[in-house]
Design a protein around this ligand. Sequence first.
Ligand SMILES: CC(C)(COP(=O)(O)OP(=O)(O)OC[C@H]1O[C@@H](n2cnc3c(N)ncnc32)[C@H](O)[C@@H]1OP(=O)(O)O)[C@@H](O)C(=O)NCCC(=O)NCCS
Length: 138
Amino acid sequence: MIFRTRKWVKPEDLNANGTLFGGSLLRWIDEESAIYAIIQMGNPRSVTKLISEINFVSSARQGDMIEMGLRAVKFGRTSLTMRAKVRNIITGEVILTIDKIVFVSLDENGNPQPHGYTDITFKRDRIPTSMSVSKPRT
Ligand SMILES: CC(C)(COP(=O)(O)OP(=O)(O)OC[C@H]1O[C@@H](n2cnc3c(N)ncnc32)[C@H](O)[C@@H]1OP(=O)(O)O)[C@@H](O)C(=O)NCCC(=O)NCCS
């Protein structure tokens, strides 16, 4: 698993208990997964289909530095399944794990579109030439 994005836990990210709000963390994970899925499936029209059980293993506090890791575990025909882990950069303590995050590659009408890939790329060779997404026809 490669840990790419790092975050610094700030006051606006906290819950009433003074620890990192789960909703903030999920927002960050969903965005990280979207970028990973776009790079792996080569399609800017990649959407979240499923997030499996989320295990908030331990909490993070204001000032903590955390890092998010993702790994592709299955390339389907139109989907990509990933595994996620978040940990404290300094202590290495695990903050969150998610076994399955599924993204689906879509065509311009919003229907599942085969991505044609079967394994992970560690390069930037699949990045779409245009990242703009045109609106589906109505
Ligand atoms: C993404 C969407 C087009 C898929 O539609 P669908 O009818 O499920 O399409 P399909 O049945 O053809 O499945 C597409 C892929 O998703 C996978 N999939 C569907 N349901 C799944 C589930 N519950 N768990 C895991 N994978 C699932 C299928 O296995 C298939 O993958 P494959 O082609 O690699 O085998 C549709 O569900 C949708 O538009 N959802 C909303 C997406 C969205 O707005 N996300 C943002 C979240 S707020």
